[in-house]
Design a protein around this ligand. Structure first.
Ligand code: TYC
Length: 112
């Protein structure tokens, strides 16, 4: 046949989008952050807590003393915010150090 009708399936846009270009934005989600919390107890010496805050959280003595007092008075304080891996490392470092010195200090993390 000289003029064979063109079938949709031969060539044309038959996917129902009428030729409209649609771009989906690649979603780059920031990873969640985690708060590291220090808990009060009746037995861990204040100076030991101050030392932990200096050693593992890079605080000056004055900052460390201030945060230690917040925990002592309020029961708990956020001592830093980190990626999941770093937060986990901080918690482990604090818990290991406290256990080695036989203090009952507790440190935990929670999603921000
Ligand atoms: N409450 C403790 C005391 O009186 C001091 C302390 C502060 C303990 C902060 C734990 O996370 C803590 N010796």
């Amino acid at each position: 046949m000289a003029f064979e009708p063109l079938m949709m399936s031969d060539d044309f846009d038959d996917d129902g989008d009428a030729g409209v270009a649609v771009k989906t934005r690649a979603r780059t989600k920031r990873p969640p952050l985690y708060k590291v919390l220090l808990l009060n107890d009746d037995y861990t010496p204040m100076e030991f807590v101050v030392h932990i805050l200096e050693r593992f959280f890079g605080m000056t003595h004055a900052q460390a003393f201030e945060i230690m007092l917040v925990v002592h008075k309020k029961g708990v304080a956020v001592v830093g915010v980190f990626s999941h891996e770093i937060a986990e490392t901080k918690v482990t470092q604090v818990m290991d150090f406290a256990r080695r010195h036989q203090h009952p200090l507790q440190c935990t993390m929670e999603k921000e």
